[in-house]
Design a protein around this ligand. Structure first.
Ligand SMILES: [Zn+2]
Length: 700
């Protein structure tokens, strides 16, 4: 039997081979096509049991098998797996695209929603039906026949405009380089950056050092180069990419207007006033005025701190660096020097304290204390010998022996970077919790969830007296591990019985980072950090004085940074609200200038063309959604504040409430209702401001 088609237990990583992919996925696609045809046939009633349940079962088999293939492609990207994955990717993508446009499915969901049965469905089931109807509507399924071709044409043009925007930006980024031939101009730059620049020049057959607008080259120049001329030249090139100063075919300005125009037309076809309203439909944020008020409130609160940040930076630049005026190309450089002068500590020194076993033990203990569960080593077939596997159980309770040690979920941790592993860190789901009627899937009727936690940390190196040294992590890496664990807990601790809204399924995307950012708070909690650290040589915990410096550096220039994020968010939202790109009197630059007059404390030069490189909103999924970053931070900080108010980061009652109302509830209930149920009120921005050091009075 093909191991990819075995859904009775954990993925069989010990037996699955690349050659299994094509037959398994082809079979599942065929099964699902036949299933969809059958379910949309004439004599099938639009009921939960007759329509949604079998469709869910069929699609889950495909998602699980394809999920394993995708996972192996991400963590073991050797040629055989890449080939096996890429060979089936077009077929799988096509299947899901067709599914999203299948009007017969839409008709069934609508019929179910209009039926008597709907009122008797559980909340979770109703939410799934509602989400399906909403998503079909937003993709134009309900438009009258004469409007559909136009809607389709807009979607296609928008997709190609987004791709062209990215291509232009990349081409413009690649088109520039700065060759430095005078070594005196390199003062301040780190050795590894210089070496890379020298190699880049050599590759072109040139002597000297070549700098580019790609981040690993551009950022260190702006941060460390003592040469103001070099910084200014690089800044100007960076800030004018894909603009009218370069080749006209790479200018993104006309694309921006066209994208805005088409999004507006698309929104109006769907019956909304503007694109921002469409963007908010599947989000937690309820209305444009609500988001605008949120952003402006936060701007007003952060502004005094941002003014103070800028004043300090100007003073420092004038007195210590001899910069009479602070230009845009001085900001990163002067900030780095100020940070070093004030909070200098060695990242390397900090890293010696976060040893792998101690970090995992501290993390697990934190999770156990918070949510009243028990984490234990477990065994399963894995894809690489470095991978570890664990289980979460209910805590054994002497008074209630009957439910002691009941399985809640399981997870893999794959910590180290490998040549064959995708970069970054991410949580992914292997199996999702749900109630099943098929006893071969789960004997007790509940399919327990399984998660993958993937990171790219450095593996252990070196030894001491014949013993291998443990891996050590930077504090950033530890925060990443807590972050991904938060996503993992959202998936694993769910109690929802229905696949479509279980765990992170169906959670609004401006709320999905709540549990992950929430967990990050714990690695800034002194009592936890003590437990997470044991010096690789001495076994001592991190000294308090070093921790205090880390905390101070964490909030460095938080006022300035907050206002910058708000500037981007307001610009994005207002562009997609009243701004009418088809009216030639309107100006994108003028709108941005207006927003800067309102919220910015550092105003870039007039020739800065930031919008032309704002890919998040013009080429990514963030159009009228850039505010989500701040939004989710507010939620997670405000949730954490509930523990602070209780006077204990591990308060049992608050932990249980967070588990019950947020983690366990998944997407079965709107995120705002989850939040209200946990906090007993609407979200407030105070906790985030306080955590960023922006509370209290400003001392002169
Ligand atoms: Zn995340």
């Amino acid at each position: 039997m093909n191991p990819l088609l075995d859904f009775s237990a954990l993925p069989r990583f010990d037996t699955i081979k690349p050659a299994d992919v094509q037959p398994a996925i082809a079979q599942l696609l065929e099964e699902n096509r036949a299933l969809v045809n059958r379910l949309t046939g004439k004599n099938v009633a639009a009921t939960w049991a007759g329509f949604v349940a079998p469709l869910t079962d069929g699609l889950e088999r495909l998602a699980r098998a394809w999920g394993i293939v995708g996972h192996l492609h991400a963590v073991n990207d050797v040629p055989e797996w890449r080939e096996a994955y890429n060979a089936m990717l077009p077929d799988v993508s096509r299947f899901f695209a067709e599914l999203g446009q299948n009007l017969n499915l839409f008709t069934r969901y609508k019929a179910l929603r209009a039926s008597d049965e709907y009122a008797d469905l559980s909340l979770a089931r109703r939410k799934i039906v509602d989400n399906e109807v909403r998503d079909f509507r937003l993709s134009g399924a309900e438009l009258p026949a004469d409007k559909k071709p136009r809607f389709q044409a807009i979607s296609e043009e928008l997709a190609s405009l987004g791709a062209k925007f990215s291509e232009n930006l990349l081409d413009a980024t690649n088109a520039f380089s700065e060759l430095v031939s005078d070594a005196a101009e390199l003062s301040g730059l780190p050795d590894d950056v210089l070496e890379a620049a020298r190699e880049a020049a050599q590759k072109d057959g040139l002597a000297g050092w070549k700098f580019t607008l790609h981040m690993p080259s551009y950022l260190p120049v702006m941060q460390y180069a003592d040469s103001r001329r070099l910084r200014a030249a690089m800044y100007r090139a960076y800030a004018t990419r894909a603009a009218e100063f370069g080749p006209p075919e790479l200018d993104n300005a006309p694309l921006i207007r066209r994208i805005l125009e088409l999004r507006r037309e698309e929104a109006q076809l769907l019956g909304y006033a503007n694109y921002a309203e469409v963007s908010l439909v599947p989000k937690m944020a309820e209305s444009v005025p609500q988001v605008l008020a949120f952003l402006r409130d936060m701007a007003a609160r952060a502004k005094p701190f941002a003014h103070k940040d800028v004043a300090e930076l100007r003073d420092f630049a004038r007195q210590e660096l001899g910069l009479a005026t602070l230009e845009s190309w001085d900001v990163g450089y002067a900030s780095e020097k100020l940070l070093q002068a004030r909070y200098a500590f060695s990242e390397h020194e900090v890293k010696q304290y976060f040893t792998e076993d101690k970090v995992l033990a501290g993390l697990f203990h934190a999770v156990e204390s918070l949510f009243g569960v028990c984490l234990k080593p477990d065994s399963a077939p894995v894809w690489h010998p470095d991978v570890r596997f664990f289980r979460i159980e209910t805590r054994s309770d002497e008074n209630a022996k009957d439910n002691a040690g009941e399985l809640i979920g399981q997870f893999y941790i794959d910590l180290y970077a490998r040549d064959t592993k995708r970069g970054g860190a991410w949580m992914d789901e292997a199996i999702t919790r749900r109630r099943v009627s098929d006893k071969t899937l789960a004997a007790d009727g509940v399919q327990s969830p399984v998660a993958y936690l993937n990171c790219n940390f450095s593996r252990p190196v070196g030894e001491k007296s014949g013993q291998p040294l443990p891996a050590t992590f930077t504090h950033d890496e530890v925060a990443t591990l807590f972050h991904e664990t938060g996503h993992g807990l959202h998936h694993l601790l769910t109690r929802v019985d229905e696949l479509g809204v279980s765990g992170i399924h169906g959670v609004e995307w401006d709320a999905v980072e709540l549990p992950s950012q929430f967990m990050e708070n714990y690695c800034w909690e002194w009592s936890v950090v003590r437990e997470l650290t044991a010096h690789v040589d001495t076994g001592e915990p991190l000294p308090r004085a070093l921790f205090d410096k880390m905390v101070a550096a964490r909030n460095f220039q938080s006022g300035m940074q907050t206002l910058r994020q708000i500037e981007f968010s307001l610009f994005d939202l207002l562009l997609h609200t009243d701004f009418d790109a088809s009216d030639e009197q309107t100006s994108v630059a003028e709108l941005l200038a207006q927003i800067r007059r309102e919220v910015a404390v550092l105003v870039p030069p007039e020739w800065n063309r930031f919008p032309n490189s704002f890919s998040h909103i013009f080429a990514g999924g963030y159009g009228a959604g850039y505010f989500s970053y701040k939004w989710a931070e507010v939620l997670s900080a405000d949730c954490y504040a509930a523990f602070e108010e209780a006077g204990n980061p591990f308060d049992a009652a608050v932990g249980k409430r967070f588990l019950d109302e947020i983690l366990a509830a998944g997407g079965a209930r709107p995120a705002l209702e989850n939040f209200r149920a946990f906090r007993g009120r609407e979200p407030q921005i105070d906790a985030l401001l306080r955590h960023c050091g922006m509370d209290g009075m400003i001392s002169a």
